[in-house]
Design a protein around this ligand. Structure first.
Ligand code: ADP
Length: 436
């Protein structure tokens, strides 16, 4: 900021020098004394006190002194004005408040002078351009042609320029850039650059686009299959009893798939809406697990999977919403049976757990199936992410189950940890804060 302030102060002093008064100006300031002296010496000459020669010499001497005094006082005044102006500019940033505020802003702010050099940059910009970019040419720190071109356009007199740039190093970041003319001092036409990070907004936009594309794709396949069978039944297979039975069976299955998908989509959007309102109920997880196990047992039995449940009797209650937590546990147990059935056993256990001085109820759902490769684990809670899409669809999966689990846990202030080893099985741990 100092560079900018000094430059501004210099600019003002230069201005004042240019405005120094000429002889006419000085004469006008010293006019009263010169005229008074003229009157006095004319009088002394007339009454014979001095000769004409000495009257003229005396008048010239007094006038010269008056002019000199006028010049001196003008110089003093101009210096005082310059000092006041410089102080005034500094006062605008007294105690560095302006700079401190600009440094607090997450936006990158850079002021470029009329010669294309950086006059000022805030902290966010320093992280962007390097600590010592002040005084350097803008082009040596910013390489984006659109940005440099916009600065040129503003310097050439065009109004505000707004556009977007992408920086790919060290990670890809998107910025919305505003280049505006900035009058820092009368003689210094500068350009103010503001770069606002829109990476998150871009990512959300991309997620939304992907989500709509994925959801439509998931619905398109069963819908195409159903409409294909309808056409076949109306046409070539109209009188084929056996084909009709078979096709109707597939159509029912596909319709069921679409219903599941729509139910999961609705559930996800409902949970998202409520994500920032913490639940109020007090839930007995032992009771809830019992209910889930009762619902899953027929499927587990069909698939030859044994459900082993062991939760301590004195497990404290958790703060939660019954239906949502039911959905979480059901999803995890369903998945364990669905994907881990080759392990023949699913264990559901619980314990009181302390972490970072906070107490949780931890629930473990463990299967002994094929496990999940390490690279997939961080992505499991993404919408429509599946390790094996065919296996998921075959088993009635929508790819939304764990995304729903994640959002419900977020709302509950809970957490989920996934541990897995290929060939050994997978353990999902969820932790829920206690009801207090
Ligand atoms: P889906 O509806 O496909 O089951 P989820 O979101 O519930 O969707 O799970 C995402 C993916 O995670 C599944 O498609 C599956 O590939 C994998 N997965 C989830 N649970 C397990 C598990 N216990 N064992 C192996 N893979 C699993």
């Amino acid at each position: 900021m100092d560079t900018q302030l000094n430059n501004q102060a210099d600019g003002q002093q230069n201005d004042d020098k240019r405005q120094a008064p000429g002889l006419a100006g000085l004469l006008s300031r010293a006019r009263t004394i010169v005229l008074l002296a003229l009157a006095v010496f004319v009088l002394t000459d007339l009454i014979g006190l001095t000769s004409l020669f000495w009257s003229i010499v005396g008048w010239l001497a007094v006038s010269a002194s008056a002019l000199y005094m006028a010049y001196e006082s003008d110089l003093r005044e101009r210096r005082a004005v310059a000092r006041t102006q410089a102080r005034g500019v500094r006062a605008q940033d007294e105690a560095g408040i302006g700079t401190a505020l600009l440094n607090q802003l997450p936006d990158v702010i850079v002021l470029v002078d009329g010669r294309g050099r950086i006059l000022f940059q805030n902290l966010a910009a320093a992280a962007f351009t390097g600590q010592s970019a002040v005084g350097k040419l803008l082009g040596s720190t910013f390489r984006e042609p659109s940005l440099l071109q916009a600065v040129e356009q503003v310097r050439a007199g065009e109004s505000v320029q707004a556009f977007e740039i992408v920086r790919s190093l060290p990670v890809e970041r998107h910025f919305r850039v505003l280049a505006t003319p900035a009058e820092t001092a009368p003689a210094v036409p500068a350009v103010l650059l503001v770069l606002h990070d829109i990476t998150d907004a871009k990512r959300i936009e991309q997620m939304r686009v992907d989500f709509v594309a994925n959801a439509s794709h998931e619905l398109k396949t069963p819908l195409a299959s159903v409409s294909g069978f309808i056409e076949t039944l109306q046409g070539p297979a109209r009188d084929d009893e056996e084909a009709r039975e078979r096709f109707l069976g597939i159509m029912a299955e596909q319709t069921h798939r679409m219903k599941r998908l729509i139910a999961d989509l609705l559930s996800l959007s409902r949970i998202e809406l409520r994500e920032h309102q913490p639940p109020k109920g007090s839930i007995d997880m032992k009771l809830l697990v019992k209910e889930v196990v009762a619902a899953v047992t027929p499927i587990a039995e069909r698939d030859g999977v044994e459900l082993f449940v062991e939760l301590p009797d004195d497990l404290p209650k958790v703060r939660g919403d019954w239906d949502e937590l039911h959905q979480v546990v059901q999803n995890l147990v369903d998945n364990a049976v669905k994907y881990g059935r080759s392990g023949k056993k699913v264990e559901i256990t619980g314990a009181l757990h302390s972490e970072n001085e906070r107490a949780y109820v931890a629930l473990f759902v463990r299967d002994f199936g094929p496990g999940i490769a390490r690279q997939h684990i961080p992505r499991l809670t993404e919408r429509f992410y599946r390790v094996d899409a065919v296996a998921s669809r075959e088993r009635g999966g929508t790819g939304l189950g764990l995304a729903i689990v994640k959002h419900i846990l977020n709302r509950h202030g809970g957490e989920m940890v996934v541990e897995s080893e290929l060939g050994q099985g997978t353990k999902f741990t969820i932790m829920l804060p206690l009801y207090k």
